[in-house]
Write a protein that binds this ligand. Structure first.
Ligand code: HEC
Ligand code: HEC
Ligand code: HEC
Ligand code: HEC
Ligand code: HEC
Length: 399
């Protein structure tokens, strides 16, 4: 497991030096650690405060949405629980996507080990009780994960999309924190690339482990001008829903279960997903059919898996890729139906954290540092609780 983690770490360092094609965007993401404010500003303590709870005082709706999102939970037990055997440099390589502000990074081995204990003692991300008029807070900033300042602040300066209904870019006057810099980059898919796309150089069987932006570029959505934000931030909302949300995932797909010439068929179509379903190697989708007798006994079971499965052996290897591409329809046919089948039940189950469940289980098989072990146990139970049934339908057969 060590090898696996080390390799991931190395891969990620390189990702950051390559960056997105766009120059402006590249420099923006080269310095997410530079959000810390320069002392010359004469702003109030509230305006200088980089905590999301501070932004919330004036940007309440964004805060309320974001705090429920996985971005707010990115400094997670599953992440930090893996740090016990690493150096703090390696830990910081992971934080480049999970909590990249300078004030969020570890400055020593000891600070990283202390952080394991600190997260174990308090799993909360944001702190309602924080005293915002002083810059002192009880919870470390890294607990807030991919927080507001990660995406919006460089050197104290706020950056954001042009005002709603406007196309004007550049410095905009405003009533707080010296206004903001408006940039169209916030409305484009490439804005998300730094953490959601690896470069081509890291391809496994032609596809990097994270290939979301590329998958999107090849879909009809790119041609139609629909960006990541169009689906994941509708009306600029900050919920960032994804495969962990049942209703959101369901809305991306069409399901038709019917008898075609007496044979049960489930047609599953990816109609409103801007990348492969699912885009990552970590979720797994199980499609099953069960034939029942009139007495409700199972006569036969069919099972199919929608997944991109990779494993580590002398470099990353791809075992199979059965994901649905944007626009693709797949038929799941319950062929060879037993005699006297009364009905066939189709189900589609989603295990959003399938890869991590396996990883956590294998980590727990070995001796572990106690704080790390407690965090990984916690991560395992959370990961298991996240599985859900996406679709179920029974087809009655003429007897
Ligand atoms: C004291 C109130 C206040 C605080 C605290 C505050 N803001 Fe603002 N923010 C404003 C106001 C007022 C505007 C200007 C809105 C306008 O004129 O369109 C603004 C504008 C913005 C914009 C630009 C919105 C756009 O249309 O693109 C962003 C992004 C932003 N703030 C982020 C933040 C972040 C991140 C924090 C915390 C680190 C923060 N703000 C803290 C009041 C505040
Ligand atoms: C290039 C950006 C990037 C880097 C660097 C990165 N991750 Fe992640 N990580 C992600 C994204 C995006 C997700 C969510 C996608 C998914 O896997 O479902 C994620 C999800 C996870 C999860 C599951 C969700 C959770 O938080 O419990 C764990 C655990 C994790 N990463 C651990 C690590 C570790 C350990 C490292 C360093 C070896 C690392 N990550 C480095 C982008 C990154
Ligand atoms: C992962 C990156 C990310 C994070 C984290 C994030 N934002 Fe945003 N935010 C964006 C993007 C991208 C847009 C523009 C969306 C669009 O144009 O469709 C945006 C838009 C905004 C706007 C303009 C909204 C409008 O209606 O004009 C404000 C204000 C803002 N964000 C504040 C915040 C605050 C406050 C937080 C934390 C509670 C936060 N953001 C967290 C990426 C982020
Ligand atoms: C046309 C709508 C649409 C667009 C455009 C889109 N997505 Fe998604 N996305 C979805 C839906 C629906 C899901 C849930 C089903 C799934 O996981 O594929 C999802 C899931 C995800 C997930 C969850 C992890 C996983 O393995 O699926 C991530 C991360 C994600 N999208 C990121 C992005 C990024 C980054 C972009 C832009 C490059 C993007 N999405 C563009 C609709 C969209
Ligand atoms: C600084 C890095 C970073 C940036 C920039 C970023 N993300 Fe993420 N994103 C993450 C990480 C890390 C996670 C996984 C959090 C976790 O579960 O631990 C994640 C999770 C998600 C998920 C949840 C997927 C699921 O599994 O349900 C969606 C959707 C998503 N991001 C969309 C976006 C979009 C859209 C943008 C651009 C507007 C964006 N992200 C920008 C790092 C980032």
């Amino acid at each position: 497991m060590k090898i696996f983690l080390n390799i991931l770490g190395l891969t990620f360092i390189a990702v950051f030096s390559l960056g997105a094609a766009d120059q402006v965007l590249e420099s923006y993401w080269q310095s997410p650690s530079a959000a810390v404010i320069s002392p010359q500003h004469d702003w109030s303590a509230l305006e200088q405060n980089m905590r999301p709870e501070a932004c919330a005082q004036c940007h309440e709706s964004q805060f309320n949405d974001w705090r429920e999102s996985l971005h707010a939970k990115a400094y997670s037990p599953g992440l930090v629980g893996q740090f016990a055997g690493m150096g703090h440099g390696e830990g910081n390589d992971c934080l480049r996507c999970h909590a990249p502000l300078k004030a969020q990074l570890y400055d020593s081995e000891a600070s990283m080990l202390g952080a394991l204990q600190s997260l174990r003692g308090n799993l909360k991300g944001v702190n309602e009780q924080a005293d915002l008029d002083s810059l002192e807070v009880s919870l470390p900033l890294r607990h807030t994960g991919v927080s507001c300042a990660v995406c919006h602040v460089r050197d104290g300066q706020r950056f954001g999309p042009p005002r709603k209904g406007s196309v004007i870019e550049g410095q905009i006057q405003g009533d707080a924190h010296g206004g903001f810099v408006a940039s169209k980059h916030f409305e484009k898919s490439n804005f998300c690339a730094e953490c959601h796309q690896f470069p081509k150089e890291y391809a496994i069987n032609g596809k990097p482990l994270e290939n979301t932006v590329q998958e999107w570029e090849q879909s009809r959505f790119a041609a139609e001008g629909k960006q990541c934000q169009s689906c994941h931030m509708p009306n600029r909302q900050h919920q960032f829903k994804g495969i962990h949300d049942k209703e959101f995932t369901k809305a991306g797909l069409d399901f038709t279960a019917e008898l075609r010439q007496g044979v049960p068929v489930l047609a599953l179509s990816s109609t409103r997903i801007g990348h492969a379903f699912p885009t990552y190697v970590t979720p797994k989708v199980l499609v099953s059919a069960k034939a029942y007798s009139p007495e409700h006994k199972i006569l036969k079971t069919w099972q199919w898996e929608i997944v991109r499965e990779v494993y580590y052996a002398d470099g990353w290897q791809e075992k199979r890729d059965t994901r649905l591409l944007p626009g693709e329809q797949r038929l799941f046919v319950a062929s060879g139906l037993p005699a006297f089948t009364a009905n066939v039940l189709y189900a589609v189950d989603v295990i959003p954290d399938a890869f991590y469940i396996n990883l956590y289980q294998s980590l727990l098989e070995d001796e572990m540092q106690p704080d790390a072990k407690a965090l990984i146990q916690r991560a395992l139970s959370t990961a298991r609780e996240r599985s859900y049934t996406l679709f179920q339908q029974s087809l009655r057969l003429p007897m």
